[in-house]
Structures are given as C-alpha cells and as structure tokens.
Design a protein around this ligand. Sequence first.
Ligand SMILES: [Zn+2]
Length: 330
Amino acid sequence: MSYFGTVLLTRSDTAMTRLPRIEAIGFRHRRLRDLGDGWQVLETSGWNDPPDLEQAVTEVAALWKASVFAAYVADCCAQLHGAVPDAATWSGHLDDPADADCGMLHRPPVRAGGTFEALEAQIINWAAAAGLTPSVPRLDHALHYRLQRRDSDDGPYLSADQQIFEVVRALGFPVLPEPRAYEFDPDDEPFAEVTAYMWGLASRARSAAAFRAHTGETEQPAAWEAEAIMLEMDVYAALYGGGRPLAELAAQAAWVSAAHDAARRNTPPPPQEVMVQGRPVTNMHRIMHDHGPRQIADQVTFVQNHGKEMPNGSFFSDRITGPGLWPDLI
Ligand SMILES: [Zn+2]
C-alpha cells in the first residue's frame, strides 16, 4: 500500500495534535503513539504535500522548545529532518542518502553528497541533544537495510514507512505501542462528508480554491467552502480531546452539508470539460460532483461495518505496533 505522509517525533506534555503550528507539518492526523516520558510519535499529512519540512521543523522546534524529528515518506523513499532549538536543522534521505535524483517530490529537494555516515552521525547527535540513548547497532541496521537488500530476496520486506519506524525504535523506543484511541471517528458520520480523502467537501473546497488561483477565475467561492476547510482542521485537532466540543463540530458539519446541498440544487453542475492551455480536458470538479456522494456513502458503510469500536487510525493490519524486525539488536 502506498504511503505518503509525515512521521513526527517530539516530547511534550500536550498531545502533539494540540501543539501550535502543527498544521505547518500536517493537520490530517492519523495515528498518535505515546512512547513514555512525554515522547510521542504522530503520523499526519496536509494538503498539497510534501510540506517544506526543513523549514517547518525548524519553526516548531523553536516554538515548542523541543527536539523534533520528522520524516516525510513518499511511497518508496523518505526525507528525514532533525531539529533542536537554536541549532541548524539537518536533512537526509533514505533508502539511499546519495540519491538526490530519486524521482519523488521532496521539499526542499534532496541535496547531493549525502552519505550513510553523515546521516547516521546526524541522527546520533540529534538523539543525544534530545536526551535519548539510541541503539547504534539497530540504527545502523535500519538505515542500511533497504538499500543493501534491494537485489536479494532474503529477509523480510521493509517499506519506507516501516523503515522510518525502525529508525524510531533505534532511537530508544524498541517496542511501539498501539495508537492512542480517538474520542470519535472522523471517517464516520457526521464528518465523512467533509473529511473524506479527496472526495470530501474540504478537499473539494481546497481543490476549487487552487483551481481559481491557477486560472485567475474571479467567481466567489460558495459559502460552505471556507467552513468545510475550517471544520476539517478542527475535527482532526479534536481527535484526542482538548478541541472544540463534539456537539459543536457536529452542528457545523450539519450546516456545511445543508449549505452544500442547497448550492448543489440551485446551481448547474460544473461543465464536463474545461479548457487547459487551449485544449479541452476532463473537469475533475465534475467528477467529484458526480461521484463524491457515492464514494462517501461507501466509505461510511465500510467504516460502520468494519470500523473499530475504539477507532485509533489503524485498520486490519497494523504494521507498526510491536517490537519490529530486529528486537535483539540493542
Ligand atoms: Zn526520495
């Protein structure tokens, strides 16, 4: 399964999702694991990823007065960053630190000249500054494993996100716990219509805004659009408590849904095709308009039939919880 998103590690008394400026890294929070002593690791993503993580982790490390480790996983590779307050942020790339031309989008772009030795030293220095005691043999194994076994079929397969979590284990968290339970399910009613990935009203509103900016269209956004975007942020910010009350979020979801329904009844559907650089192309907004409601209904049916009683962002197979591949390397 493809994985695109940020794995973020820091230490705080507050749930990471409630920390200021977390949205610079991501707002679509998925799994939060408590690692003990205030350490937490969060999987999150945003809109139009990847964010410029080098800039974002530098900013939040200063703001949170904490050490921050982050990796944006782009399916087959990942860019890693480490920040501590008042020090330069470092960046590195896996599975191959030297592959500045891996073909995936990274922000900032991967710099040439990376080596395993430099990356490993940066991670060990970061861990020391963060007050952690890493397992150097395990870190060494985790960093090299995917590149070195690329052409061999021995040993278990390790995806890029699993590799990042092996690095997290090596930092001193050898057994990763199950994610913290949500206070409510963001993928079920009444929020699915707004939060659904790609088909939800918040995604559609963001997409419409980007389209208007791109084409210079001056048409005013519908009234529900800004509300949907704000509601989506607030829903995810409230996943672990401490955010807006659930009843208030549900009332806003009902308002957005009704306003969207009214707009849908009162305006013609978007055209089937739009002109891009003088040529007609299929209009994504029409596809979303026509198929969005069915996609969202299917999602809700799935969640209600297969969802967990205590949802926590993990589904059938949780590949991350547990001791990982090399529990004996300490
Ligand atoms: Zn890459």
